[in-house]
Design a protein around this ligand. Sequence first.
Ligand SMILES: C[S@@+](CC[C@H](N)C(=O)[O-])C[C@H]1O[C@@H](n2cnc3c(N)ncnc32)[C@H](O)[C@@H]1O
Length: 277
Amino acid sequence: MSPCMNNTVKNSVRHLICKVYDQFASNKDKVSVLSLPGTSWEFEKYVLNNYGFRNLFGSQLEMDLVCFERDHATYEYNVEERYDVLDNHNVSYINEHVEQAMEVYTQQENVFSWFDFCGQPSFFDLDYHRATGKQVQVFTFTTNWRRRENVPAAILEDAKKVSPAQAILNYFKPLMDERGYHLLFAIEYVGVKSPMLCFCITNDHDVLNHNYKVENMNAKKQASVVTQKTIIPKTNKQGIYEALKSGINESVIMVTYGINIHQLAAHKAWLTMWGQW
Ligand SMILES: C[S@@+](CC[C@H](N)C(=O)[O-])C[C@H]1O[C@@H](n2cnc3c(N)ncnc32)[C@H](O)[C@@H]1O
């Protein structure tokens, strides 16, 4: 099970994004979807189920789902393991940085994108789509920036006066006004490791005017990670040490060995203690 799936807040935010996608797709017959699945694939499975439902029971939908992964080990892992999603004819999986490639791959005018960076944000021009289309763009990233050189100077400056989340929204505002986007929601929560911001902008009035029944934006949004007591066999321990030493993505290690972030930290501490990492 993916570590992300045990996080109640993240699951709830993802659920909201699925509801927004439902509304977005409901009155269209052609859509492109862009996403960063990591090792979760929950949102992507939802999008595919929506597509199946539409074509079996509803009005025909043409949909292409384009997923990006910049980390090679995570990409290879998914190619091996996630054929349930990747074998679909309308799914592409690209081992590239999304900001370098997304324009190339979207086929339709109507685009729904969720850039779930989780960690450090990437900032790029919103105008990658064809001007006439309806768009929904969702961004998730930490507001605790370790590498400040990637964050636009205007945001860093503004963040001296307002919260980092507000500074990000302020930064996007003129671009949104110019392109006819409106803010649908902005949710701040505490992720497993750091403060997170998830916000959604759109130029689709049907999406904006729908009632998602988000009544309690101030609900306690502290990530609660369900800890499962897992006894790791000795042979697996060796595998985890080897995986850590060879630099495999930590999410992949957690999924592969079914361990949580605390157990991973214990393995890292062991290697550090013995000077092997
Ligand atoms: C947080 S995970 C996605 C989780 C998933 N969306 C979910 O619902 O839980 C983010 C993934 O995107 C990848 N990633 C981060 N920034 C990226 C970028 N700029 N281009 C492509 N992949 C990126 C990371 O390597 C990671 O595997």
